[in-house]
Design a protein around this ligand. Structure first.
Ligand SMILES: NC(=O)c1ccc[n+]([C@@H]2O[C@H](COP(=O)([O-])OP(=O)(O)OC[C@H]3O[C@@H](n4cnc5c(N)ncnc54)[C@H](OP(=O)(O)O)[C@@H]3O)[C@@H](O)[C@H]2O)c1
Length: 231
């Protein structure tokens, strides 16, 4: 039977790469992101442009996916931004917006989709955290805090869902070359002295590997780092 995935943050970077890999693997996709210039709709793809800071977006995404494809098997909670500075110097409004996106909207998405998956006793939720969901460094307190929140939710869900057929996987990438740092004066690849950052496709390949595992195997979290990323 055909499978369906809903992916947030699908206009660029990791979410786009995951969407493309799923399409190649004949999985139907609902791709969401505000900056699609024109949204496309085909038999197996639908693109939407909802703002995840609107509280009704998760329900809209679920309803559209079910209307179009009949069901949802995978949810990728991936959209995010990054604000990095010491706490007294950070842009507090942008920081709060990042918190709302990475924490509030992720919790709302999972809350909404689990209410759908639970009665079916089926589904897999992938949560895009970060290596900065397990540790922090100077000027990263806010971004790390947002990812720590996702890790806490993922760890509770792992236990709450352990006897069900619903899986949780929290992904902890190190540096991936995407649009995330596009406004930084110096890219972290140079700041951290990493010769080869990960490519978004590296994360997408890992997702496919996890999806192809037997159902009795659980991968609640996975860290993926480029060589030389000491953090
Ligand atoms: N790149 C890294 O080094 C790295 C490492 C670890 C973890 N991560 C995590 O990976 C995730 C994906 O990031 P990325 O690196 O792929 O960055 P990216 O290329 O900047 O992608 C971010 C995505 O989030 C979407 N988004 C932002 N604000 C949104 C909003 N209000 N409503 C709906 N969608 C919104 C963007 O779409 P629109 O702007 O079109 O809406 C875009 O598709 C993030 O959660 C990030 O924290 C990244």
């Amino acid at each position: 039977m055909e499978k369906t995935a809903v992916i947030t943050g699908a206009t660029s970077g990791i979410g786009k790469a995951i969407s493309e890999k799923l399409i190649k693997n004949r999985i139907n996709v609902l791709m969401n992101g505000r900056s699609f210039s024109e949204t496309i709709e085909t038999k197996s793809i639908i693109q939407t442009k909802y703002d995840l800071l609107e509280s009704d977006t998760p329900k809209k995404l679920l309803d559209i996916a079910i209307n179009k494809f009949g069901k949802v098997d995978y949810l990728f909670v991936n959209a995010g931004t990054i604000e990095s500075a010491s706490i007294e110097n950070i842009d507090i409004e942008k920081m709060c917006s990042m918190m709302r996106l990475k924490v509030e909207s992720s919790f709302r998405l999972i809350y909404t989709f689990l209410k759908y998956m639970k009665p079916l006793d089926s589904g897999h939720v992938f949560i895009m955290s970060s290596v900065l969901g397990t540790k922090t460094r100077e000027n990263s307190g806010a971004y790390a805090a947002a990812n720590y929140a996702l890790e806490a939710l993922a760890e509770s869900l792992r236990m709450e869902l352990s006897d069900t057929n619903i899986q949780i996987t929290c992904i902890e990438p190190g540096l991936v070359r995407t649009n995330l740092h596009k406004d930084w004066p110096l890219h972290p690849q140079e700041l951290l002295g990493i010769s080869n950052a990960l490519k978004p496709e590296d994360i997408a390949d890992t997702v496919i590997d996890i999806m192809n595992k037997s159902d009795y195997i659980r991968i609640p979290k996975i860290m993926i780092l480029p060589k030389g990323h000491r953090i």
